[in-house]
Design a protein around this ligand. Structure first.
Ligand code: SF4
Ligand code: SF4
Ligand code: SF4
Length: 465
């Protein structure tokens, strides 16, 4: 199976199963398409020569030879070597690797699109006590088997409303590291209002990652992200984010935005983040009730695709000028691609990853918190609703879903986000088609960027000769 597309002046051919990427000229591009359609070779020659008067029969034969060579090398039209084993891997038992600690169900903001019910998850307001937090870390250690590296995300609502407990839990985690031979990587996700020097010092010292919520330009951000009294919050947070990012040096962080029907020109929002000096960027489409005024719809897709292209082209331009920034969705690994286990197991929702509420209840991930149908147990008694966990463990993956089997992006996807699937279709197994369209576009852009970056490297090497 191959996937072909033209973008930013490049003709790209992806061999889906091997993950090989080929950047070719117009003639080779067309010949590969005809081979894929099983057109007889003599006819290929006639059709190509009719379309390109300068191309000779020998040229076509040479290109066909190259194609045959790549096919023999399993770099074009290759079979999927993992198809056979994918089903068995699905059932593999996994250990807990990460928890999302909802240290505060409550928020000092009032964002219009909040999936967390304005921070309190359907009126389940609460603040996590130190005792519950410690037990949650113990629970993670107890269920992590021999896995050494463990992840803990401080999440909310707004986790800085319970900052002292976050700090105590980091200290407790450091003790557990010594007694249990583990390494904790902590992440803080924050809306930024309460960031001060103490937060900056502590997170930069102790947290492996920080996620900063900003939607981009002031007008975009302020339309959706309000304070409790309905004011825009851009001015309350931007300087805080800049200070934190600057003080962070090389340590990881990223700015995470959401785009809606009001900023379908979201490339400008991402570029704005970079212009603020917040160079580790990401933005996600809002997932909402289709009837709300800010919902995205299928007819928006052409414009959204265009924005992803625009963003990729601007990133390449800045890279060339020595002023690069990153965009989370464009950081695909073309060398190895995602490993087979990742392709089957995905994000680990419900198996390797669980969310813990302020009262210690367990959910498959933060996006299911507050939905009683998805409460799977608690940190004292462990998983009690094993049938729900089994549903996640045995859910369909890219090898068992028809849409995914036909999808070129399956090498870079693990069947989509179960929460988006559920919230859009009422079924964790049913793909969220709108999200898939965007995912495919982002993959196309990301791969084009890799090809362009290779060209840049070669140009540089040539120039330095
Ligand atoms: S900051 Fe986050 S939790 Fe708070 S209202 Fe906004 S989206 Fe919801
Ligand atoms: S993009 Fe959608 S269809 Fe394609 S592999 Fe991912 S979930 Fe499946
Ligand atoms: S199901 Fe979706 S929201 Fe939940 S952890 Fe996985 S990717 Fe994230």
């Amino acid at each position: 199976m191959i996937h072909q597309y033209k973008l930013n002046g490049y003709n790209i051919v992806i061999d889906v199963n091997s993950g090989s990427v080929h950047s070719v000229d117009d003639v080779a591009y067309d010949i590969i398409a005809l081979v894929d359609q099983s057109v007889p070779r003599t006819e290929i020659s006639d059709r190509i020569m009719a379309k390109y008067p300068d191309v000779t029969e020998e040229d076509v034969a040479e290109t066909l030879e190259d194609i045959d060579h790549l096919t023999e090398e399993k770099l074009l039209f290759s079979e999927d070597p993992f198809e056979e084993v994918a089903g068995t891997l699905k059932m593999k038992q996994s250990v807990l690797k990460a928890i999302c600690l909802h240290v505060a169900h409550g928020c000092n903001m009032d964002c219009r699109y909040c999936f967390a019910g304005k921070g309190d998850y359907n009126n389940k307001k609460g603040i996590m006590s130190l005792e519950v937090g410690k037990r949650a870390l113990d629970f993670l250690v107890e269920n992590s088997g021999s896995r050494k590296h463990l992840e803990v995300d401080f999440f909310g609502g707004e986790p800085l409303l319970n900052w002292d407990v976050c700090k105590e839990l980091v200290r407790y985690g450091r003790e557990l590291e010594k007694t249990h031979d583990k390494i904790f990587n902590f992440t803080l996700t924050t809306n930024g209002v309460l960031i001060d020097d103490d937060v900056i010092d502590f997170t930069n010292r102790e947290m492996g990652n920080v996620v900063l919520s900003l939607d981009g330009r002031r007008s975009t951000h302020d339309r959706m992200r309000h304070s409790k009294d309905g004011q825009g919050t851009y001015d309350m947070i931007v300087e805080n984010f800049k200070r934190l990012a600057k003080a962070r040096g090389d340590r990881q962080y990223y700015v995470r935005g959401t785009y809606t029907a009001y900023n379908k020109d979201f490339a400008a929002d991402v570029i704005h983040m970079a212009d603020l000096g917040l160079t580790e960027t990401s933005i996600e489409p809002v997932v909402s009730d289709p009837d709300v005024d800010y919902a995205l719809h299928e007819e928006d897709l052409p414009q959204l695709f265009n924005e992803y292209e625009k963003l990729a082209v601007e990133m390449l331009k800045r890279e060339k000028e020595g002023d690069p920034f990153t965009f989370y969705h464009y950081t695909v690994d073309l060398e190895g691609g995602p490993c087979i286990y990742k392709r089957v197991a995905g994000c680990g929702v419900g198996t390797e990853y669980l969310a813990v509420t302020p009262t210690g209840d367990l959910y498959p991930c933060h996006q299911f918190v507050g939905d009683d149908d998805f409460k799977v147990g608690d940190i004292w008694n462990g998983i009690t609703e094993t049938q729900i966990i089994d549903e996640f463990r045995n859910r369909n993956n890219v090898y068992t879903k028809d849409e995914c089997r036909k999808c070129f992006a399956r090498l870079y996807c693990s069947g989509g986000c179960c929460a988006n699937n559920y919230h859009s279709n009422g079924d964790i197994n049913k793909v969220y088609k709108f999200g898939c369209e965007l995912h495919r576009k982002r993959i196309e852009c990301a791969i084009m960027m890799k090809v362009a970056e290779e060209d840049m490297k070669q140009e540089k090497a040539e120039a330095s000769k």
